[in-house]
Design a protein around this ligand. Structure first.
Ligand code: GLY
Length: 353
């Protein structure tokens, strides 16, 4: 698979990935090398990764606890302190080997340590391959509020190795698939048509590639999210609020990111119909596709009110407005849309029916 070139770095796939990494390590005289992993990637991915390194390099392995709940400042503090104790300097390199938590947080730690150390993302989940590791968004959560702290800073390179997906549970694959379905909805109706009928995860490589192409095309046009990059947030305004609500709640199991934004996409498809004229048949189709893949969640009235109150923290808000990305048609998004309050309850009622 041909590498995908972004503004300042390349995304390399499969066998090319390790070749490019080895050449990069040989060509750059890094003062020290660090790999951030979590307990899952330490066991499932690190041995393969290390055995593919051809040069005589020493890596310090920094392990963090897995899960969104650990994407916080305490984990960063622990990593900054460890990097400092191990004499990391501005010529060090950090490799983030993991899912979205590792690539987001590891990228943030690298971007802020000594005002910036270079980093490489090696995503090991589908979600990180098609979304989190691409485009330079790094960051952490503030309490349970998603990605409130962070910077946009591009990696040195991204290595996409779908062979890592063998170790993932189906639920994790489905979570990443939600972001791929989103790519179809915001950018490519033919891609949506292909994705919506896939029954298994047997031939993902070409689809991962397509998703990275779509995301990269958007990010190239608007790296700092002033306009078109907002379209990548379809489903995320309500989706992030739902995800935060479940992270906050002691009574419910947390939802994976893709599970939360799948609900967000159904709700925002309904809002798209009401505000921008997305045909009703398409709203039903979107609902059906997502409900075939993601379990339906019961929301109490109180839960809905708490979710709506979390919308005030969305990162796209400005001047007191909550700004949505909606769809005029599949593949035709529109940004900065405001919603009359009564439509939120209608959207939840539509999801429930
Ligand atoms: N995950 C959306 C973006 O990178 O813009």
């Amino acid at each position: 698979m041909e590498s995908i070139i972004t503004s300042s770095y390349a995304v390399h796939f499969n066998e090319q990935a390790y070749t490019k990494l080895n050449a990069h390590l040989e060509a750059h005289a890094y003062s020290s090398l660090f790999i951030i992993v979590d307990e899952n990637t330490y066991t499932d991915c690190l041995p393969d990764f290390m055995s593919a390194i051809t040069g005589d390099f020493h890596f310090e392995v920094l392990e963090i606890a897995s899960g969104e709940i650990n994407k916080n400042i305490s984990t960063c503090l622990h990593l900054w302190e460890t990097l400092s104790q191990l004499n990391a300097d501005r010529k060090s390199l950090i490799i983030n080997l993991g899912g979205g938590v590792v690539t987001d947080l590891g990228g943030f730690v690298a971007s802020t340590f000594k005002r910036g150390v270079r980093f490489i993302n090696v995503p090991t989940t589908l979600l990180a391959m098609v979304d989190a590791s691409i485009g330079g968004k790094t960051g952490i959560d503030l309490g349970t509020l998603k990605n409130q702290i962070g910077v946009i800073n591009q990696p040195e390179m991204v290595l996409v190795l779908p062979s890592f997906l063998k170790t993932l549970e189906d639920r994790q694959l489905q979570s990443g698939y939600a972001e791929m379905l989103k790519h179809g909805l915001i950018a490519d109706v033919a891609y949506w048509e292909t994705l919506k009928i896939q029954a298994t995860f047997s031939a993902l490589d070409a689809m991962i590639y397509k998703s990275v192409v779509i995301k990269n095309k958007v990010v190239l046009q608007d790296p700092t999210e002033q306009n078109i990059r907002k379209t990548l947030n379809f489903g995320h305004t309500l989706g992030h609020a739902i995800e935060s609500y479940f992270l906050m709640s002691d009574e419910h199991e947390t939802l994976l990111h893709g599970e939360a934004i799948a609900i967000g996409m159904i709700l925002e498809a309904y809002l798209s119909h009401k505000i921008c004229g997305l045909p009703e048949t398409k709203v039903h189709e979107i609902k059906k596709v997502f409900l075939q893949r993601y379990a339906k969640i019961e929301f109490t009235e109180l839960a809905i009110q708490q979710i709506l109150s979390l919308l005030q923290y969305d990162k796209k808000n400005s001047h007191g407005s909550i700004n949505f990305v909606l769809l005029k048609a599949i593949g035709d998004p529109v940004i900065d849309q405001q919603i009359p309050y009564n439509l939120y309850n209608e959207a939840f009622a539509y999801y429930k029916d």
